[in-house]
Design a protein around this ligand. Structure first.
Ligand code: NAG
Ligand code: NAG
Ligand code: NAG
Length: 448
């Protein structure tokens, strides 16, 4: 279901729900950007929602008329018809559930007899069939609540064209679910007529429900039935935060990290800790929590202020967690696995010693203008200490410099892959050169 923002909670009645433009401040609760591929990010939109609760319950019009013997669906229908001033053909009861405490009814808006995908309502009733809570984001279709623009109910492209477009954009194959027509509320309050096309990717990581405009064939929105974590992080292919910063969704490689990045044993974390890496500041309890449910880590680094200001500490933990896991997964494909003494808490019985995920201490206080990596033997965690660089104003954070993170982690890889996981090799000058060889030219220090 839609998230209820503070603003939505404050909205007093449905009449307060205006059409576009939407308050930019409510964007986090109404928009969800999905990086479909390197080149395509699709933003799904959930119109602002009102949510009201009524302590002892509101008597439905049906009950007021002396008829309370029907189903909770009938009670809910009579309530929304009055509340939202709807007529019979403007909504559809989608589902309902009777519970010990009463029940809930889910309702979808209809326009021209066609369901509106992202315009829904839900009604919670107590055992007396009085309404105790109500949420809705129905769109105005008449009078003062008129939507800006409603596409006519007949499509201009064929189902086949819609399928082809969705497959091309989402790099997947349509499954056997027949496309249906639904309206989709756009950010500007207009209603687009869309084909709903299901597309699945070969790797199994995505099962999209795509809303394809029945006129332009553009994909206007997607839902993904495969829940995936997302991180706002520095693109692994660039040097630092100033060169490429975006959201990565479901980035874990299931060959290297079969349970994803957040599951250790039977515990699934919702912070920057997991099977391969824990990223923290100060002590290992100082991790960053998800910014929204579903392992969403959306903290934006602000380069105009110092590393410890605003969301920057969170951004540091998220970026190091993201990149270090990414490097774990890439190195795994090249042979740095459980058997060859990699860093993981759970080794899934595949060899090597566990309980040694990498500990990343971001903005570590023990130094400046550098970073380092300590590699004890397999079975003990590697420790990466990242320092703040103080030769500029504002100061810079190595945690947002992927070359520094990659450099440090490579010390761990080379040390573990030589000497049978002891961490004792590469100590003498010549063999130590192997670690140095990976120094990126542009890191402004000869001490890394
Ligand atoms: C993404 O864009 C680049 C350059 O604009 C292009 O070369 C590449 O083929 C595109 N990739 C996909 C998957 O469309
Ligand atoms: C289909 O095309 C006609 C003519 O260009 C246009 O008026 C109509 O709005 C289009 N239908 C949809 C669903 O966009
Ligand atoms: C950087 O930090 C070090 C260690 O705290 C300090 O000695 C030095 O003066 C600082 N440099 C600048 C330019 O602030």
């Amino acid at each position: 279901m839609v998230l209820f923002s503070k603003l939505a909670l404050a909205a007093a009645s449905i009449a307060a729900v205006s059409a576009a433009p939407w308050e930019p401040s409510v964007k986090l609760s109404t928009h969800r950007a999905r990086a479909v591929s390197d080149n395509l990010t699709i933003e799904s939109f959930h119109p602002t929602t009102i949510y009201e609760t009524y302590e002892t319950g509101i008597t439905t019009p049906l009950k007021k008329r002396g008829d309370n013997s029907g189903t909770i669906e009938q009670s809910a229908a009579s309530f929304v018809e009055e509340k939202l001033q709807l007529s019979n053909g403007e909504y559809n009861i989608r589902s309902s559930a009777n519970t010990e405490t009463g029940g809930s009814v889910w309702i979808q808006q209809l326009v021209n007899g066609i369901p509106v995908a992202n315009a829904v309502a839900n009604v919670a009733l107590n055992t007396d069939k009085d309404v105790v809570a109500f949420g809705a984001n129905f769109q105005g279709t008449s009078g003062s609540r008129r939507a800006a623009n409603i596409a006519p109910p007949t499509p201009n492209i064929s189902k086949e064209q819609a399928i082809t477009s969705a497959e091309e954009k989402l790099h997947g194959k349509h499954n056997d679910k027949a496309p249906t027509l639904e309206y989709y509320v756009n950010q500007d309050g207009s209603l687009a007529l869309t084909y709903v096309v299901e597309v699945q990717t070969e790797d199994g990581n995505h099962w999209y429900e795509a809303f394809v405009d029945a006129s332009s064939a553009q994909v206007v929105a997607t839902n993904d039935f495969v829940a995936g974590a997302s991180y706002l992080a520095v693109d692994p292919r660039v040097q630092d935060v100033t060169k490429g910063y975006k959201t990565f969704t479901s980035p874990a490689d299931t060959t290297a990290s079969p349970n994803g990045w957040h599951k250790v044993g039977s515990t699934v974390s919702t912070d920057t800790s997991g099977n391969n890496v824990i990223s923290y500041k100060g002590s290992t309890t100082g991790t960053t929590k998800q910014s929204a449910a579903g392992q969403v880590f959306n903290y934006r680094y602000d380069t105009t202020v110092g590393p410890t200001s605003g969301a920057n500490v969170d951004a540091a933990r998220v970026n190091t967690f993201f990149l270090s896991n990414k490097i774990h997964d890439i190195n795994y494909r090249y042979g740095f696995t459980e058997k060859t003494f990699n860093f993981q808490n759970d080794n899934f019985g595949k060899g090597g010693a566990g309980n040694d995920r990498i500990k990343i201490s971001v903005q570590d206080g023990s130094g400046v203008n550098n970073a380092n990596f300590a590699t004890p033997a397999d079975g003990s965690s590697g420790l990466m200490r990242m320092y703040i660089w103080n030769r500029s104003t504002p100061n810079r954070d190595g945690d947002l410099s992927n070359d520094v993170i990659a450099h440090e982690q490579t010390h761990g890889t080379t040390n573990r892959m030589t000497g049978g996981g002891t961490g004792r090799c590469l100590q003498t000058t010549e063999s130590g050169g192997l670690v140095r060889a990976l120094l990126p030219e542009d890191v402004p220090s000869d001490e890394l």
